[in-house]
Design a protein around this ligand. Structure first.
Ligand SMILES: [Zn+2]
Length: 303
């Protein structure tokens, strides 16, 4: 045996030792894998595909609603459902409208107004006044109609300034009791041949009328009806100036689907000067939107 054979023999021995070691490692690994599979049926791992790999590392899609300060976490599913039903709405509109209950049908999920002294006082197709609610401080407007003390004072100031501008306002209707609203509403239903859906676009169901709050006034010019009011210079003046006295035109043209009432340029509601001015500054025409964004939630203060 020469030295070179010995070297080749050693090399061969080393190589075969490596093979033995590799086989042993494989066997142990297989044993472990088999052990792991003992508790569950043998499953082949799902083949990896190119789509599956990045999905594991993708961040959660951003929630467009959660970024808004008036977002309410418990309404997330309702936001998504409302968005699906109204794909053209942006996240801001989805959130405040759902917060207002607009994802439910009108006259569903009705709540009784808890604090009738609140300013602004929200009465709509979801919020109902108690049948026996009568404002405590009703006074007479110049036309003889009744309204709350603050509403009367604001109206007098507005009416005086309108007169200075050569205009004349007349309060055709203001406070109406629950009973009167009930009679009116059912009278309209009779007139419309039982068509409740039509009546609901212009007359509130009893308990749901702002007129029962004593803070709503229907205006007409000196002559003419409510329907003619839009064609008077008084209407344009009121629309432009009523906020200075604490009134808003409550049922505006651009929010008909949100209020559920047709455009009523004659119907003004006393909400107080601060609120009326803030709504104008924020370019908000819908009282429900203002309440979500400035009363139920407050915007983060500007730095
Ligand atoms: Zn009215």
């Amino acid at each position: 045996m020469d030295a070179s054979w010995k070297l080749r023999s050693l090399t061969r021995t080393g190589y075969s030792n490596l093979l033995v070691l590799a086989a042993a490692v494989t066997a142990v690994a297989a044993g472990i894998l088999a052990g792991l599979n003992l508790l569950s049926p043998v499953q082949l791992p799902a083949p990896l595909n190119n789509d599956a790999i990045p999905a594991i590392f993708e961040p959660e899609p951003e929630n467009p609603y959660a970024a808004l300060y008036f977002y309410e976490e418990d309404k997330q599913e309702r936001y998504e459902a409302y968005q699906a039903a109204n794909p053209d709405l942006d996240a801001d509109a989805v959130v405040w409208q759902v917060n207002s209950g607009l994802d439910g049908d009108f006259y569903s999920n009705i709540q009784i107004v808890a604090d009738t002294t609140a300013l602004p006082l929200l009465v709509n197709k979801y919020y109902q006044l108690p049948a026996d609610y009568v404002p405590a401080d009703l006074e007479k407007l110049p036309s003889g109609k009744l309204a709350t003390k603050d509403t009367c004072a604001a109206y007098r100031a507005m009416s005086a300034d309108a007169r200075k501008a050569g205009l004349s306002l007349y309060a055709a209707s203001a406070y109406r009791s629950y009973e009167l609203q009930n009679r009116l509403y059912h009278g309209y239903i009779k007139q419309e041949g039982g068509n409740v859906a039509v009546v609901d676009t212009y007359s509130a169901r009893p308990g749901h009328s702002e007129h029962q709050t004593g803070r709503a006034i229907d205006l007409c010019g000196s002559f003419g009806s409510l329907n003619d009011f839009i064609r008077t210079p008084e209407s344009a003046w009121v629309s432009e100036n009523c906020y200075q006295y604490g009134f808003i035109v409550r049922y505006q043209q651009d929010i008909v689907p949100l209020t559920g009432y047709k455009y009523e340029p004659w119907h003004i509601t006393y909400v107080g000067i601060d609120v009326a001015r803030a709504m104008r500054d924020a370019n908000i025409t819908c009282l429900e939107e203002y309440i979500v964004k400035y009363i139920d939630h407050q915007p983060p203060t500007a730095v």
